[in-house]
Design a protein around this ligand. Structure first.
Ligand SMILES: Cc1ncc(COP(=O)(O)O)c(C=O)c1O
Length: 432
């Protein structure tokens, strides 16, 4: 009998390109049919056929307190009853701005938007307006949303670095080469490349945007030296340093990666957790830079639903919960327990495997050691990951459907969830 899931996917493909509203959901990388869900509670999800899963995607990060947390849901229901939107200021926006400033003090001023993509593209516009420069730097394998200038990969010959070869080429059709030409792409964790580029053209760079811990080419951690050098070079050349903490914000630590590595960026972008599962993004930073924004300054940026009261309420309530005593100690320990269990299970099965975690984020790799760059991550065994993924899915463990995505644990994940996951992994490792 055809499952309801299969029927929905077949119909969806007639009306929605690929049957999905965001490409990674389509399972293209791992093969098979994406799962259509109807309910989530705590660490669990249920699909349209009633099958239960332990969720390690957490809506790609936001659901840090677990699905349908009663406090968040109640607050959202109450605020929604007073209208879904005003398109005018509310006290809730001030409340969340104060909270963001308290938790991430480098964000002296903040503007709310409705997605991470908007946050990063707006931050870059502000940095360009502030410096009067056009070129900016990103790192290979980092993802900062889908705006034109950010859908850029490294030019050829990146590894034999010179200025010309770091000039980006579009990584998507529809992005003009002229737009990509302002985006310079360097290798993550490569301090020498950074020094070389700044020596040649530091004074022409508007900004550097970086995932301070990467979650978009699987999990990659920075070296302290790399981040420190980046901070120093940006300061020396008047280049705006943007930490894209859309994924890491309130995820790797309460104060984000900037607190963990003790580096103060000039600007920060947020998303995911600050919306608690509803669409909220934010960008902010030094007051002198943020004052460039309209209506006080000449850099234009706007949004009909920016600061939407219902979305902001979900974010506010989530941010209140994550400040509870011991929240991050428990989340970090639980995530570590998961990766340690997976590493041990792989060892017992004789499978080449490594894993690591930072706060509530984790990476699993079918490679001998945890990778430190895009090139290294690309060398991991994708076929083994795909088999592992499908075996886990069969056992009711919902992992990201790609070898190049980080995983997420929530505060709702129990010891029992972790034990069940490790037991399923033992079976999966033996089968590959
Ligand atoms: C680091 C980072 N920046 C920006 C984005 C874009 O955010 P959104 O999908 O909300 O547009 C993402 C999304 O995954 C992200 O991980």
């Amino acid at each position: 009998m055809t499952s309801r899931n299969q029927t929905l996917f077949e119909k969806s493909q007639q009306l929605i390109p690929g049957g999905v509203n965001s490409p990674v959901r389509a399972f293209r990388s791992v093969g098979g049919t994406p799962v259509f869900f109807k309910k989530g509670l705590g660490s669990k999800l249920w699909d349209v056929d009633g099958k239960e899963y332990i969720d390690y995607i957490n809506s790609w990060g936001p659901m840090i307190v677990g699905h349908a947390h009663p406090v968040v849901i109640k607050a959202v229901q109450e605020v929604a009853a007073n209208s879904l939107s005003f398109g005018a200021p509310t006290g809730l926006e001030l409340e969340i701005a104060e909270l963001i400033n308290k938790l991430v003090p480098s964000m002296e001023q903040v503007r709310l938007v409705s997605s991470g993509t908007e946050a990063t593209m707006s931050a870059i516009r502000v940095a360009r307006g502030f410096t009067g420069r056009s070129k900016f730097v990103k790192f290979e394998g980092c993802y900062h949303g889908h705006s034109d200038a950010l859908l850029v990969k490294a030019g050829s010959g990146l590894l034999t670095f010179n200025e010309e070869s770091s000039k980006g080429v579009p990584s998507s059709a529809g992005v003009p080469e002229e737009v990509a030409a302002h985006t310079l792409t360097l290798e993550y964790n490569n301090t020498q490349q950074l020094k070389d580029l700044f020596a040649k053209m530091g004074d022409e760079l508007a900004c550097v945007i970086i995932e301070p811990v990467v979650g978009n080419m699987n999990l990659i951690v920075p070296t302290q030296e790399f981040l420190q050098t980046l901070r120093e070079l940006c300061t020396k050349h008047g280049t705006v340093l943007i930490f894209d903490e859309v994924m890491t914000g309130f995820r790797v630590a309460l104060g984000g990666a900037q607190a963990l590595y003790n580096i103060k960026p000039d600007m920060t972008t947020l998303g995911k957790v600050i919306g608690g599962g509803l669409p909220v993004g934010a960008f902010g930073g030094r007051k002198d830079i943020m004052q460039c924004l309209a209506p006080v300054g000449s850099v234009y940026q706007a949004g009909t639903l920016s600061g939407n009261p219902v979305a902001v309420t979900a974010g506010l309530e989530t941010l209140k919960i994550i400040q509870e005593n011991g929240f991050y100690d428990k989340l970090t320990a639980q995530t570590k327990k998961l990766v340690d269990g997976l590493v041990q299970a792989a060892k017992e099965a004789g499978v080449t495997f490594s894993a690591q975690s930072v706060g509530g984020m984790f990476g699993i790799y079918f490679s001998e050691k945890c990778p430190a760059s895009y090139d290294e991550v690309m060398q991991s065994n994708k076929e083994q990951f795909n088999k592992f993924f499908h075996s886990m899915l069969e056992s009711g463990i919902y992992l990201g459907p790609s070898a190049f995505e980080a995983g997420f644990v929530s505060a709702a994940h129990t010891d029992d969830d972790i034990a069940k996951t490790v037991a399923a992994a033992k079976k999966a490792f033996l089968a590959i």
